[in-house]
Design a protein around this ligand. Structure first.
Ligand SMILES: [Zn+2]
Length: 500
């Protein structure tokens, strides 16, 4: 008998068993990916499920501190986890103070401490004023700076004129950080809105007409020009028409470091839906025609759009009610449904799950320097989502983890109302479908759940989703409820500035 030193077979914290490959997790990191991996203290049978990297939602408004009655870190990040996002980047508005300087950054971190259910990063704000604030925010670790090219609807976050944008982008370029722009031309949308309001034309169609695609395209053009001049990396948030994406892609061929993202609501809801749903579907840029939806999907498939983000922007029910579309809050709550809607509609369009995961996780993580995120490979954070596909699912208010259970996927109260067009949602390609049974839901939540607070992240699928277990109903099954993401720490970290 030999006397070779024997190495004990390693027992991982968790092994997720897949059909072709397993994933082993140790210490919150992916230890190995491959067939027939060794034992785990806990094991999850994921054969038959999609195994994806946790979504990285680079565009959320948690509104905390200051407007935590709109959302807040606790509820917003719980919704992210329930929807399969394991990392998010919070926008510098609509919190008070906004994240436009070191004090705002500190206030944000204090608000989040001990309350975030997922890892998160912070965007800083690019607003008129002292540019040295950008240096301070960069030193603290923001992933980039957000600017508005139109009015924000929030008094303490002022829009950037082209001059402000140019100066800010020049500074950001020196700091090696990207600038993200909300691209709608104030000179177009401002007068159109004023005219409509003065004429008493304030219904949804009037609102949509006041924010035409050309307003976005004009702003995108200018932002790209400034990016070219300054050498700043530009990220255009929530593009709503194919032309914007085409311009961004074209600029890339000229050497401009430019990317763009699209939101699920622009991919699955059109102007008819906006009219049928009303205030809950008001957003800026607004929902557009069915043909623009096709343009956006084509732009994704062509590689012109690189990522999908929720632009989760909730508000209290009183601000999302009424017929005057210029008066109600413009923002859609979508953090919990982003992955599910993307998979549902993307898979139905024949797009591979791996490609969808690139847009949801890999690409935003890479773009914003979120190390360890967006990839299922050894050494990466064990941010993993298990998804069951097939079968119908419903976006139901009672499943939402938001502070206010409002989404354009349902009306307040959740009543089915065929008279207002609910039945259209049952068609393939719409944002709603029927729900999984309670038993089914319970089973799904066993696949992937967040251990810390008994919250379940995603079981989502082509026709079925479990948007989240109820608070405190930690799933119990023979497999055991197991946190498959790394987001177990109570105090979440702010990732370091991107390496470039
Ligand atoms: Zn936003």
């Amino acid at each position: 008998m030999g006397r070779r030193a024997a190495t004990l077979p390693e027992v991982h914290d968790l092994v997720i068993r897949g059909r072709l490959e397993d994933i082993a997790v140790t210490g919150g990191l992916i230890a190995a990916v491959g067939p027939g991996l060794g034992a785990g203290t806990e094991e999850i049978d994921a054969t038959g499920l999609l195994v994806l990297p946790g979504a990285v939602d680079a565009h959320v408004h948690l509104n905390d501190p200051g407007r935590a009655d709109w959302e807040g870190f606790t509820t917003g990040t719980r919704a992210l986890a329930a929807g399969g996002a394991t990392c998010a980047a919070d926008m510098p508005l609509n919190s008070t103070p906004p994240t436009v300087d070191a004090d705002g950054f500190a206030a944000k971190v204090a608000a989040a401490r001990g309350r975030a259910h997922v890892d998160f990063a912070l965007w800083g704000g690019l607003v008129p004023g002292d540019l040295d604030r950008l240096d301070a925010l960069a030193a603290l670790g923001v992933i980039g700076f957000k600017a508005f090219m139109c009015e924000t609807g929030i008094d303490d976050f002022v829009r950037a004129t082209d001059d402000v944008l140019a100066a800010g982008m020049a500074r950001a370029a020196r700091l090696g950080l990207p600038v993200a722009v909300h691209a709608e031309d104030q000179d177009v949308v401002g007068p159109l809105a004023a005219e409509a309001i003065a004429g008493g034309r304030t219904r949804m169609r009037d609102y949509l007409a006041s924010r035409p695609a050309r307003a976005e395209v004009a702003a995108v053009r200018r932002a790209l020009a400034i990016a070219g001049e300054t050498g700043c990396a530009l990220h255009v948030v929530h593009v709503s028409c194919g032309e914007s994406a085409r311009l961004v892609a074209e600029a890339r061929t000229r050497g401009v470091d430019a990317t763009c993202e699209v939101c699920p609501h622009h991919l699955v809801l059109d102007d008819d839906d906006a009219e049928a749903i009303g205030a809950l579907a008001k957003c800026g840029p607004p929902l557009r025609s069915a043909s623009e939806i096709e343009g956006l999907w084509a732009a994704l498939e062509a590689g012109e759009i690189g990522s999908i983000a929720s632009d989760h922007s909730p508000a209290p029910p009183g601000m999302k009610r009424g017929d005057d579309m210029f008066a109600v809050w413009g923002g859609i709550a979508g953090a919990q449904t982003t992955l599910a809607l993307t998979l549902t509609h993307g898979l139905a369009r024949g797009i591979a799950a791996a490609r969808l995961a690139t847009w949801l996780a890999t690409s935003p993580a890479a773009r914003f320097g979120l190390a360890g995120k967006g990839r299922l490979e050894a050494g990466a954070d064990a941010d993993i989502v298990l998804v069951e596909t097939g079968g119908p699912w419903t976006i139901r208010p009672e499943d939402m983890e938001y502070r206010h259970r409002l989404t354009p996927g349902h009306r307040p109260g959740g009543a089915h109302d065929p008279a207002r067009g609910d039945d259209r949602s049952r068609r393939p390609g719409r944002g709603r479908a029927a729900g999984a049974s309670r038993a089914r839901r319970r089973r799904l939540t066993a696949g992937a759940c967040c251990r810390r607070r008994g919250q379940a992240p995603a079981g989502a699928g082509r026709r079925r989703i479990t948007p989240g277990a109820r608070r405190g109903t930690r799933s119990r099954s023979s497999r055991g409820a197991r946190c498959t993401c790394r987001s177990r720490r109570r105090t979440c970290r702010v990732p370091p500035a991107p390496r470039r």
